[in-house]
Write a protein that binds this ligand. Structure first.
Ligand SMILES: *[C@@H]1O[C@H](CO)[C@@H](O)[C@H](O)[C@H]1NC(C)=O
Ligand SMILES: *[C@@H]1O[C@H](CO)[C@@H](O)[C@H](O)[C@H]1NC(C)=O
Length: 281
């Protein structure tokens, strides 16, 4: 009987442990812009709630970091994919089927220099604010971004790896540092071989950090051929829960790269497929 009770308690812990303090509370947060102060500086971020937000359902939490020169409002509104921009919230909401809360931070001088770790501290504050008010599955925290936003997603994977389920780094480089950097984090990366802004070697270096941290077996990647299609490599041998997928394409510094014969950027579908494989613990 005692062991049955114990088993039940353990089971409930497992089921409930991943629920944030905001679960069950009547939410005060709405879909709008918020401000906070970090390191004496005023910082802004946009929150997007799912339709019909339900405070007993634990949602995924997805941070979308903008590229240099962009902004939170630009990511929330969506940009022109034909001019090097990204779809609204990196194109994820139509795929997420109202299963995610999105947070879109705004960078100092439209970038993520992360001086003294201040952008990671900004993340900590946004996470706590959201999770204390809204119902989040704390085992399902994700980050994605293009270029500088990819660098910032990488910096979060380095500094907050233990609490991060997965990142999707699009044409990134180590621009926001890598404090810590010793934990495994499920990692999706994509990069173009003709990237004229952040060379593909930079993206490979980020990837290889997590090939190592995740215990994956290094492989020689297949290069994109002349057919105009990206090539996806799913690494093998990675530790349980720490997969790594790498997509190489023949294009430039472009978050909205398409495969020939398609008009649809492939980053959203690839990123979502990668994030969606993780279920609540
Ligand atoms: C809210 O979510 C809970 C748990 O997922 C579900 O059982 C309930 O039916 C939902 N309520 C509404 C009004 O959708
Ligand atoms: C979207 O989510 C709802 C509620 O969880 C579910 O009933 C529905 O089947 C989902 N639709 C798709 C296309 O996954």
């Amino acid at each position: 009987m005692l062991s049955l009770t114990l088993a039940l308690v353990l089971f409930l812990n497992l089921v409930l442990a991943a629920r944030s303090p905001g679960c069950g509370k009547s939410a005060t947060i709405k879909s709008q812009t918020y401000s906070t102060t970090i390191n004496g500086k005023s910082r802004q971020y946009i929150i997007r709630l799912p339709n019909n937000y339900n405070n007993t359902r634990a949602y995924r939490l997805i941070f979308t970091w903008h590229q240099l020169g962009s902004s939170a409002s630009s990511i929330a509104a969506g940009e022109d994919p034909n001019k090097g921009g990204v779809l609204a919230y990196y194109g994820l909401p139509p795929l997420a089927n109202e299963s995610a809360i999105f947070v879109v931070p705004n960078g100092i001088s439209n970038g993520w220099a992360n001086s003294g770790g201040e952008d990671v501290s900004f993340y900590d504050k946004m996470r706590d604010t959201v999770e204390n008010d809204l119902c989040v599955d704390t085992s399902l925290r994700f980050h994605t971004g293009f270029s500088y936003g990819g660098g910032m997603s990488f910096a979060i994977a380095c500094a907050r790896g233990k609490e991060t389920r997965a990142v999707a780094v699009i044409s990134g480089s180590q621009l926001s540092g890598c404090a810590g950097g010793n934990d495994g984090v499920a990692y999706y990366g994509q990069h173009g071989t003709k990237d004229s802004v952040l060379p593909v070697a930079n993206g490979r270096a980020l990837r290889d950090k997590f090939v190592k941290n995740n215990g994956c077996t290094a492989v020689t990647e297949t290069q994109p051929g002349s057919n105009g299609k990206s090539v996806k490599t799913v690494y093998k041998g990675c530790k349980e829960g720490l997969p790594l997928t790498w997509v190489i394409h023949g294009g430039d510094h472009n978050p909205s790269q398409t495969d020939s014969g398609s008009s649809k950027p492939f980053a959203p579908g690839n990123s979502w497929e990668f994030f969606e494989q993780f279920k609540s613990v």
